[in-house]
Design a protein around this ligand. Structure first.
Ligand code: GDP
Length: 536
C-alpha cells in the first residue's frame, strides 16, 4: 500500500476534532465501573433520544436504561469503549485493573487527552486517585472532577473542594452545584444558569435511573426552600472567591471543573458527558522525541500504550493497543515501527470490547486500535507511515514494590533469561540488577504488587521457567548519576540500601523507607539522588 492517505486532510481534521479521548481515574469502589456504564448507556440512550422523548419523555429513557443495563459488563473489561454523543465520538479508555494497581494503569494516561477524576463524596480524596492525578499533572492531561454518590450521606461540598485545592494544588471550579446535602440530594443547579433547577426523583425499585425535571428558579425557591437558597449562596461564595472557569487554565492543569452527581442513579451524568464534549480538548499535535511535532493531519502515527498477552487462552495471543495520534489508520496498511525501522502489516486490527472483537477498517486521531499478534511491538513504541515519527518514551514510574527473582530450576537459566528480558521489554515490570545479587537474581520493581502475579504466571506458563519471587523490604527508589553510583559503591551500605542498574541504564538506589532515605541523605549530602516520577 502506498503512503498516500486515501482520506482527504479536511476529513481527517474534521474527524479528529469530533473525537474526545478520555479515561476515568479513581480509587477502587468510588464508582468507576458504574460511571463507565452510565456514560455509555446514557450516550446510547441519547442516540435514540428523538424517538424516546417524542414518546413522552422519561419513561422511554428509563426503559432504554433497563434494556441497556441487561448488557451490563461489556464496558467494564474493555480496553477502550467507543460511543457517540452529540455528533462526537467518545473514546473512553479503561484504566485497567484499578483494584490491582499496576504500571499499566499509569501508562494508559499517555493515550488520553483528558481525565475524569471520580471522587466518592463520603471518602473524599483517596490514595490511588492522588497517584493517578499526579500522573495526569506530570503528563499535562487536564482533569474534570466528578464527585460521586451524592445520593448518600457524605462530606459537605465546600470541604471536598477545599481538600482538592489543598492536597492536589489545583483550583476546583464548580460547573454544577448540588441542591440538598449529600444523602438528601434534591437536584443540581448549573453555575452558568442559576435560573434553572434540575430536580431528580428516585424511581422505585426495578430501575436505577432517577427522573429529571426542569424547574425555574422561582419554582425551585418555592418548592425546595432553604435547600435551593443555600445552594445558590454556597455556589456564589465559591465562585466569588475563585478564578472562575477558564479554558486555558483548565487545559494547563491549573483548574479543574467540578461536577456533582450519582452515577448509580444517573444523576449529573449527562452534564458530565456534555462537559467532556464541550471542555475536553480534541486530539492535537503531539511532541516528537527529537523536537518538533506530529500534526494531527499528517500521515498515520500512533503509540502503543498497552500490551495484553493471552487475552484469548485458546490462541495465546497478544494484543498491542495503539492510540492513533495523526492521520488515518486503515486496516491492512503497512506501518513502520520507529524503534527498529521495520515495517509490519496491520491485517489483524480490531477494537476490543470485552471478549468481543470487531474488525476495525478505519480509525482517526484519538481512536484506539488493537493489533493482534504483533509480537514485535513494545509498550511505548511509535508506529507511522510517511515522514518518520517517534514519540518520547513513556516515563517509568517510581516503583514501590521490589522482589528478587530466581529460577526454580537452575538448568533452565536460558529460558529464565529470555523470559525476564521479554517481560522487561514489554514493561510488565522494571528489571534491576544489583552488584550484590548479580544478573542471575534480578530485582523486579513494580508500582503495584499485582505486576508480580503476572510475572510469576507468565514465567511459568509462557517461558517454561517457574520462578521464586521473594519480596524485598525496599519501598523507595532514587535515580543517581555515575558519580553518585561510585560514591554509593564506596559508601558502606546497610541492608536498607542498595544500588541497582535498570535495563535503560538508569542507576537506581533503593531504600527501605523514607526514614532510611532521609538518614542516608543527611549522612551523605554530596550523593546525587533524584526522585523518580512521583506518583504519591
Ligand atoms: P469501582 O470499583 O470504582 O469500579 O466502583 P463500582 O462502580 O463497582 O462501585 C462500587 C460500589 O459503589 C457499588 O456497590 C456501586 O453500586 C456503588 N455506587 C457507585 N456509584 C454510586 C452512586 O452514585 N451512589 C451510590 N449510592 N452508590 C454508588
Amino acid at each position: 500500500m502506498s503512503n498516500e492517505q486515501s482520506v482527504p486532510v479536511t476529513q481527517v481534521l474534521a474527524e479528529a476534532s469530533r473525537r474526545r479521548t478520555f479515561a476515568v481515574i479513581s480509587h477502587p469502589d468510588a464508582g468507576k465501573s458504574t460511571l463507565t456504564e452510565a456514560l455509555a448507556l446514557h450516550a446510547r440512550a441519547i442516540t435514540s433520544a428523538g424517538a424516546v422523548h417524542a414518546k413522552g419523555g422519561r419513561r422511554g429513557v428509563t426503559s432504554d436504561w433497563m434494556e441497556l443495563e441487561r448488557e451490563r459488563g461489556i464496558s467494564v473489561t474493555s480496553a477502550a469503549l467507543q460511543f457517540g454523543h452529540r455528533e462526537h465520538v467518545m473514546n473512553l479508555v479503561d484504566t485497567p485493573g484499578h483494584a490491582d494497581f499496576s504500571e499499566d494503569t499509569y501508562r494508559v494516561l499517555s493515550a488520553v487527552d483528558c481525565a475524569i477524576m471520580l471522587i466518592d463524596a463520603a471518602k473524599g480524596l483517596e490514595e490511588q486517585t492522588r497517584k493517578l492525578f499526579s500522573v495526569c499533572r506530570h503528563r499535562g492531561v487536564p482533569v474534570i472532577t466528578f464527585i460521586n454518590k451524592w445520593d448518600r450521606r457524605g462530606r459537605d461540598a465546600l470541604t471536598l473542594l477545599e481538600d482538592i485545592e489543598t492536597h492536589l494544588g489545583i483550583t476546583p471550579v464548580p460547573v454544577v452545584w448540588p441542591v440538598g446535602v449529600a444523602g438528601n440530594l434534591r437536584g443540581l443547579v448549573e453555575a452558568a444558569d442559576t435560573e434553572q433547577f434540575r430536580r431528580y426523583t428516585k424511581v422505585p425499585a426495578g430501575t436505577h435511573a432517577a427522573i429529571e425535571e426542569l424547574l425555574t428558579a422561582d419554582e425551585a425557591a418555592e418548592q425546595e426552600g432553604e435547600d435551593w437558597t443555600n445552594a445558590l449562596e454556597e455556589l456564589e461564595l465559591v465562585l466569588s472567591s475563585g478564578p472562575g472557569y477558564d479554558q486555558e487554565a483548565f487545559e494547563a492543569g491549573k483548574i479543574t471543573p467540578v461536577f456533582f452527581g450519582a452515577a448509580l442513579t444517573n444523576i449529573g451524568v449527562k452534564l458530565l458527558l456534555d462537559a467532556v464534549v464541550d471542555l475536553a480538548p480534541a486530539p492535537a499535535a503531539r511532541p516528537l522525541a527529537n523536537g518538533g511535532h506530529r500534526e494531527v493531519a499528517e500521515e498515520f502515527s500512533g503509540v502503543v500504550f498497552k500490551i495484553q498477552a493471552n487475552m484469548d487462552p485458546a490462541h495465546r495471543d497478544r494484543i498491542a493497543f495503539v492510540r492513533v495520534c495523526s492521520g488515518v489508520f486503515e486496516r491492512g496498511m503497512n506501518v513502520t515501527r520507529a524503534a527498529s525501522g521495520r515495517s509490519l502489516t496491520t491485517k489483524y486490527a480490531h477494537t476490543v470490547f470485552g471478549a468481543e472483537r470487531t474488525v476495525v477498517e478505519t480509525a482517526y486521531p484519538g481512536d484506539v486500535v488493537g493489533l493482534i499478534n504483533a509480537a514485535a511491538l513494545r509498550v511505548g513504541d511509535t508506529l507511522f507511515t510517511g515522514r518518520k515519527a517517534e514519540f518520547p518514551p513513556l516515563p517509568a514510574f517510581a516503583p514501590e514494590y521490589f522482589a528478587v527473582a530466581r529460577p526454580k530450576d537452575i538448568s533452565r537459566s536460558k529460558q529464565f533469561r529470555r523470559g525476564v528480558s521479554q517481560l522487561d521489554e514489554e514493561g510488565v515490570v522494571q528489571v534491576l540488577v544489583s552488584d550484590r545479587r548479580g544478573e542471575q537474581a534480578p530485582v523486579m520493581a513494580a508500582v503495584g504488587p499485582m505486576q508480580f502475579d503476572v510475572v510469576l504466571h507468565r514465567m511459568e506458563h509462557e517461558f517454561s521457567s517457574p520462578i521464586h519471587l521473594d519480596r524485598l523490604s525496599y519501598q523507595l527508589a532514587r535515580k543517581t548519576n555515575a558519580e553518585g553510583a561510585e560514591a554509593l559503591a564506596k559508601a558502606r551500605l546497610t541492608d536498607s540500601e542498595v544500588l541497582t542498574r535498570r535495563s535503560d541504564q538508569a542507576l537506581l538506589a533503593l531504600f527501605a523507607d523514607k526514614w532510611h532515605l532521609n538518614a542516608f541523605q543527611r549522612a551523605k549530602p554530596e550523593i546525587y539522588l533524584e526522585p523518580l516520577i512521583a506518583t504519591a
